[in-house]
Design a protein around this ligand. Structure first.
Ligand SMILES: [Zn+2]
Ligand SMILES: [Zn+2]
Length: 146
């Protein structure tokens, strides 16, 4: 992890935080449409400080997730679980990506035929991701009841 900065295309939205060196590629069809082609590359950011939040528009694409864009330039900003804080930011916003490696690919059943897997990256299917999400939400629910 390293303290880094990033911003959208027009600069209305910017951030700083501790950015992981490992990043994820999501090949689901929603991400393909959202990014305009290819996967969504997302990186975990801790202690995220967002600037320009007035310019962020969120789109609730399912009953469990929100996608955020800059209302001015349309840049893909982040994806997050509904009602939770932002954990993953679009990798393309990060100013310095020199030490980042793609270590995980998800929804690989939807990866377009023209795109090869990243060497050494973990591969997870839609079924594996849905099971993982269900287990996570179930655990959270049990936690809330305590
Ligand atoms: Zn912008
Ligand atoms: Zn996706």
């Amino acid at each position: 992890m390293a303290l880094k900065t990033g911003q959208c295309l027009c600069g209305a939205v910017s951030f700083r935080g501790d950015v992981d060196e490992t990043a994820q590629a999501c090949h689901c069809t929603q991400c393909q449409r959202w990014t305009g082609g290819g996967p969504l590359f997302a990186v975990r950011v801790r202690d995220l400080e967002l600037t320009g939040e007035d310019h962020i528009r969120t789109y609730n694409h399912s009953d469990w997730g929100d996608r955020a864009v800059c209302e001015t330039c349309g840049s893909t900003l982040y994806w997050k679980l509904t009602g939770r804080s932002v954990a993953f930011v679009a990798l393309g916003l990060v100013d310095d990506q020199s030490d980042v490696t793609i270590t995980e690919e998800i929804f690989v059943d939807y990866r377009p035929a023209w795109l090869s897997p990243f060497e050494g990256a973990t591969q997870r299917t839609e079924a594996e991701m849905k099971a993982q999400l269900a287990a996570f939400l179930e655990k959270e629910k049990r936690h809330d009841q305590v």
